[in-house]
Design a protein around this ligand. Structure first.
Ligand SMILES: *[C@@H]1O[C@H](CO)[C@@H](O)[C@H](O)[C@H]1NC(C)=O
Ligand SMILES: *[C@@H]1O[C@H](CO)[C@@H](O)[C@H](O)[C@H]1NC(C)=O
Ligand SMILES: *[C@@H]1O[C@H](CO)[C@@H](O)[C@H](O)[C@H]1NC(C)=O
Ligand SMILES: *[C@@H]1O[C@H](CO)[C@@H](O)[C@H](O)[C@H]1NC(C)=O
Ligand SMILES: *[C@@H]1O[C@H](CO)[C@@H](O)[C@H](O)[C@H]1NC(C)=O
Ligand SMILES: *[C@@H]1O[C@H](CO)[C@@H](O)[C@H](O)[C@H]1NC(C)=O
Ligand SMILES: *[C@@H]1O[C@H](CO)[C@@H](O)[C@H](O)[C@H]1NC(C)=O
Length: 532
């Protein structure tokens, strides 16, 4: 604001110049009040008085609009000064017979600032860095009594006086995770309490701080190093130590293809999981990228992924179903850079093909030929295999092992006649006695005499028929009894015969000894006990 000039009243100035010069006498001009503090635009009443009773001249010099309040006195005049916009020093002057004099009154205008504004905070403030707070204050007076306070919530950070127009105060505060969401503001304090007035406060609009903490470590990317075309694979990217984790964003891409991960948030960690399926167009080397963005910073990890296509090897049999004795070529073919192994085949030089010749036997029916192909992709070996089964037509067959030709069973025992015919296709089996009576194959039966006989088993398939005789012998219980009786009778008769013989022999000996005694032969002492 331009200082108020004396332009309005050049004439008065000349009078004033005279008045300011020390007069020859003791003439004096007084003013009341000598100091005033008033709100901007306010009014004040000032009393100018002269020391002599009848001054020649008494007045007030001020650029402010003034109004004399009538009636005055002989030596005093009252003026009302209005619309005081700034500090001003109106001057009373008088011209008395003994000289001219003047006196000033000091008007101090006060007003609260028109603008108190905290400069916008950075949208994101990294944790650990200093935050600069800047507050601008426009207007406000008297400046000597105006203080600017920077605030964190209700807490005072810095208190400085307002200097300049507009006044700007700054301070630096270190930022921690706890400051996330905190409100910063600034406040002006116009302290007029020493002048008998109050404390006038104005506060800026608050600004809320957003802090973030992104660790210096890159995210961890877990992915297969080789990806097969048209195969679903999973890629996981994770990072720990994030704050605030809910604000973190993840970007996952393979080459130009943006992946669509499912992100799970922990307390201060996140994990993004995406499934990838690559197409044949992407074959070759591709870059897998994971970026974690938080606040104004990004951490990223790149990884090279090799995309390959590897069709399974093809196992070819000249015919999948052949007759016994036919020659079959088993062949395996794979990708030109692959190496195949055909199982059950003597070692062959490694290459993309393998084959061998086979003469089909019944044992080859149902045999699996599996071919495993190995391909090296980016230093890793990947495997694929294919299996085909050979079917051999043979039979029908009936052999002693699975269809015994001779059964001998005791009558009334429980038995299960077994007979299995072999062949591909599986033959129909029938065992008949006299062309009508069937052998209950596979069923548990009580052996009767009726079961005895010779059965003709016939196995028949589309490949022909074979027959085999099966004899069932039944051992009857009567026959066994006859044997037991005959044996028992023979034993009893034998024992009876031996006993009779021994008894007769003993009697003859005794008779002979008696005869010797009677003939005068001395008798030897008889130590032998005589059997009863
Ligand atoms: C103005 O000042 C003079 C001299 O001090 C005094 O006599 C007079 O009463 C004052 N006028 C008013 C209205 O106070
Ligand atoms: C400043 O505060 C005062 C009260 O202390 C109020 O009257 C004034 O309107 C405020 N100024 C602004 C610009 O808000
Ligand atoms: C951050 O501010 C503090 C004072 O608040 C100061 O001591 C420190 O040196 C500042 N640090 C930086 C990096 O500016
Ligand atoms: C900051 O102010 C906003 C509204 O302006 C309020 O919702 C939030 O709770 C405040 N934050 C703190 C820490 O007081
Ligand atoms: C997350 O924090 C809460 C409380 O601080 C704790 O109880 C919980 O175990 C934490 N969860 C994990 C996964 O760390
Ligand atoms: C053949 O491949 C299948 C599926 O790819 C796998 O389950 C099987 O174990 C493999 N067999 C051999 C012998 O490698
Ligand atoms: C059947 O077995 C019996 C004795 O177990 C034997 O005597 C008979 O000769 C056998 N018959 C045939 C056809 O093998």
């Amino acid at each position: 604001m331009a200082p108020s000039g004396p332009q309005p009243a050049l004439l008065t100035l000349l009078v004033l110049l005279g008045a300011l010069l020390p007069g020859p006498g003791n003439a004096q001009t007084s003013v009341f009040p000598q100091e005033v503090i008033l709100p901007r635009g306010g009014s004040v009443v000032v009393n100018c008085s002269a020391s002599c009773d009848q001054p020649i001249l008494l007045g007030m010099e001020t650029p402010l609009p003034k109004k004399e309040i009538l009636p005055g006195g002989n030596n005093w005049k009252m003026y009302e000064l209005s619309n005081v916009q700034e500090d001003s020093q109106p001057m009373c002057y008088s011209n008395c017979p003994d000289g001219q004099s003047s006196a000033k009154t000091f008007l101090t205008v006060y007003w609260t600032p028109e603008r108190v504004e905290l400069a916008p905070l950075p949208f994101w403030q990294p944790v650990g860095k200093n935050l600069t707070l800047r507050c601008q204050v426009e207007g406000g007076a008297p400046r000597a009594k105006l203080t600017v306070v920077l605030l964190h919530g209700e807490k005072e950070l810095s208190r400085q006086s307002a200097v300049g127009e507009p006044a700007e105060v700054t301070t630096m505060v270190p930022v921690s995770r706890d400051d996330h969401g905190a409100n910063f503001s600034c406040r002006t304090e116009l302290d007029l309490r020493p002048c008998g007035l109050g404390l006038f406060e104005n506060t800026s609009a608050p600004h809320q701080l957003q802090t973030f903490d992104l660790p210096a470590t890159p995210p961890q990317l877990v992915s297969p190093q080789v990806l097969e075309v048209d195969t679903q694979e999973t890629v996981v990217c994770s990072l720990d130590g994030l704050f605030p984790v809910s604000e973190a964003r993840v970007y996952l891409a393979l080459g130009d293809q943006k992946l669509n991960p499912t992100v799970t948030y922990g307390n201060n960690s996140l994990s993004a999981k995406a499934s990838v399926k690559v197409t044949a167009e992407e074959e070759g080397t591709q870059r897998l990228l994971c970026s974690v963005m938080l606040g104004t910073q990004t951490q990223e990890t790149r990884q090279t992924v090799t995309i390959y296509s590897f069709p399974a090897p093809n196992v070819i049999l000249t015919e999948p179903e052949v007759s016994e004795g036919t020659e079959v070529i088993v062949k395996c073919e794979a990708h030109s850079t692959a190496k195949v192994t055909l199982n059950g085949v003597p070692a062959q030089p490694p290459g993309p093909r393998a084959e061998f010749l086979l003469k089909a036997t019944p044992e080859d029916n149902g045999r699996s030929f599996s071919c495993s192909a190995t391909l090296e992709v980016a230093g890793q070996l990947v495997h694929k295999n294919q299996t085909r089964e050979l079917r051999v037509l043979y039979g029908p067959r009936l052999d002693e092992k699975d269809c015994p030709g001779n059964w001998t069973w005791p009558e009334n025992s429980q038995q299960t006649p077994m007979c299995q015919a072999w062949g591909n296709p599986l033959p129909q089996l029938k065992c008949l006695k006299d062309g009508t009576f069937p052998l209950p194959i596979g069923k548990s039966v009580t052996v009767t005499r009726d079961l005895e006989g010779t059965y003709l088993c016939q196995a028949r398939s589309s490949r022909g028929e074979v027959t085999r005789e099966v004899t069932v012998n039944v051992l009857s219980p009567q026959y066994e009894m006859v044997i037991i009786i005959v044996v028992a009778a023979a034993v009893i008769l034998g024992i009876a015969g031996v006993t009779t013989y021994l008894y007769n022999r003993q009697r003859k000996i005794r008779k002979y000894r008696l005869q010797q005694v009677q003939n005068g032969t001395p008798m030897k002492p008889n130590t032998q006990a005589t059997p009863p």
